[in-house]
Design a protein around this ligand. Structure first.
Ligand code: KIV
Ligand code: ZN
Length: 523
């Protein structure tokens, strides 16, 4: 059996559409915001990975979101570019339609809450008004795109009879994909399966649309719930790289596609994801956001294929299948992580940068290559992750505040002292400060030079790679007037990395166009 879809033509019964929402649901969570260039890089990597749909953003939310969706729509070659809009928000739908207009294949995604709790307290709307907005929203969207998705926000906690009515209205008014999110990650796999079975049995027209599942991970059930939805007839999964997303995140793309591939006996579905690219895309995202996945994260965590115990190592050497259910290579792990050293030339560096998913201009390559040479002198071995950290910094080298130099004196028997020099709008400025440790002193020096009263909300340090000469990768989160920004820095010296991260965050705070939290529709 096949189904006819405006973007995908005849889809065979077992083909699962992979709908990636890293750049929308993922990006809207604290700490994961990306600039235009970073979003474009992620979008290119996602298209190369083979996802079917990229949800690129929520254009009405801010001019920055609009611009990013629009740029992705222009850059996309074959992937469907999708923009989010509230059902019944005429400005939302117009902005979504305009942002995706340049894309060869495009989709508008309308949503509105349908649960009693959300309708009463969040929307303050009657069920009848919600039904009217579903109808008008989908009709308006169909004027702008043949491919229209409608989502029932908090759908998993919606009364099933009302959910059936909503889905019927959505289909009658032009939706071609129906998405039922577990917005708060509350449901169990059995409950999710029951929802899709009921909708497919009871709603007139259900056979003409693709059902989609979108599961948050508050109880750690995002992937299990998504797979349960497939067994009940859903054929689109909404997911994110590394499982990023609101609160505990969304179902992780890499886990879903590998579950389908590895357990094909139980999950007889197909998808178009090129699984050896999974690790690269995961690394690209952690490099951009500065947040690593936990070491034991399935598929892409650094321990995912590490066998520590002697018994396991012995088994693996005799036959890898004893403890490995998939090969490391099938998801992108390679044996040689060492990439470049101080004798590596410009061409090898350029190749490596491109293979990691970055597109740099000639001038940027020159600049990054000079910094790479300095790093290679400081560090025995330069790994992929070092290059990702280094290239990540290229994007903020023309910002208003620049790190120049730091001198530090510290020890267990006295206060730490730093002398810090920054260039602020072209002029060097120096401050000497003592503090409760070198990081405290360095941050006080920055505050003194830049006269800022932003609140430090988070400071984290991680090693980019192993070994004692590893680079430190630092993240600084600053908050000011309700705005939150994250900055990243990397250096073989932890204090320098910390200062770079603080300066990066300050630059963002000065330039970031505030994201307007879209107000809810009122009746
Ligand atoms: O979780 C959710 O309900 C959503 C919708 C906007 C699809 O992200
Ligand atoms: Zn969501």
């Amino acid at each position: 059996m096949t189904i006819q879809h405006p973007s995908f033509g005849d889809i065979s019964e077992n083909r699962v559409i992979i709908f990636d929402t890293t750049l929308r649901d993922g990006e809207q969570s604290p700490g994961f915001s990306m600039n235009l260039d970073e979003k474009l890089r992620m979008a290119r990597a996602l298209e190369n990975l083979g996802v079917d749909v990229i949800e690129a953003g929520f254009p009405v939310a801010s001019p920055g979101d609009f611009e990013a969706v629009n740029a992705i729509a222009k850059a996309a070659e074959d992937v469907v570019v999708c923009a989010l809009a509230r059902s019944g928000g005429p400005r939302d739908i117009a902005a979504a339609g305009e942002a995706i207009a340049p894309a060869r294949r495009k989709r508008i995604h309308n949503f509105i809450s349908t649960s009693p709790l959300h309708m009463k307290y969040k929307l303050r709307m009657t069920p009848e008004t919600v039904l009217e907005l579903i109808a008008s929203g989908n009709r308006a969207s169909r004027q702008l795109s043949d491919d229209v998705q409608w989502s029932a926000e908090d759908g998993a906690r919606t009364e099933i009879d009302f959910l059936c009515r909503c889905v019927e209205v959505a289909i009658r008014n032009g939706a071609t994909t129906i998405n039922i999110p577990d917005t708060v990650g509350f449901s169990t796999p059995e409950e999710i399966a029951a929802i899709f079975e009921t909708l497919r049995q009871r709603v007139p027209g259900a056979e003409k649309v693709i059902f989609s599942t979108h599961n948050h991970n508050d109880l750690g059930l995002g992937v299990a719930n998504s797979l349960a939805a497939l067994t009940a007839g859903a054929r689109q999964i909404e997911c994110t790289i590394n499982g990023i997303g609101e609160r505990a995140g969304n179902a992780a793309l890499e886990e879903l596609v590998m579950a389908i591939r590895t357990r094909h006996d139980k999950l007889p579905f197909t998808h178009a994801v090129h699984t050896p690219s999974l690790l690269g895309v995961s690394r690209l995202l952690t490099g951009i956001t500065g947040f690593d996945v936990q070491p034991n994260k399935a598929i892409v965590g650094r321990n995912a294929f590490a066998h520590e115990s002697g018994i396991h190592q012995d088994g693996i050497l005799k036959n890898a299948a004893t403890y490995e259910i998939m090969t490391p290579e099938s998801v992108g792990w390679t044996k040689s992580a060492l990439v470049l050293g101080k004798h590596s030339g410009r061409a090898a560096f350029r190749d490596k940068v491109a293979s990691l998913g970055y597109t740099l201009s000639d001038a940027e390559i020159e600049h990054a290559f000079a910094r790479f040479k300095t790093l290679a002198d400081q560090k025995k071995s330069v790994f992929d992750d070092d290059i990702i950290a280094l290239v990540g910094e290229e994007n903020h080298l023309d910002a208003a505040i620049q790190f120049d130099a730091i001198k530090v004196q510290s020890g267990s028997e006295r206060d730490a002292w730093v002398e810090l020099t920054l260039t602020v709008s072209g002029a060097p400025k120096t401050a000497s400060v003592t503090g409760n440790g070198p990081v405290d002193a360095a941050f006080k020096a920055i505050a003194m030079i830049c006269e800022n009263d932003a609140r430090l909300a988070l400071f984290s340090v991680a090693a980019v790679t192993g070994e004692t000469d590893a680079q430190a990768k630092t993240t600084v989160r600053l908050e000011k007037n309700g705005r939150t920004v994250d900055g990243q820095g990397a250096d073989v010296d932890t204090i320098v990395a910390a200062v770079k991260a603080y300066v990066h965050a300050l630059n963002k705070l000065m330039t970031k166009a505030s994201r307007r939290a879209p107000t809810e529709l009122s009746a």
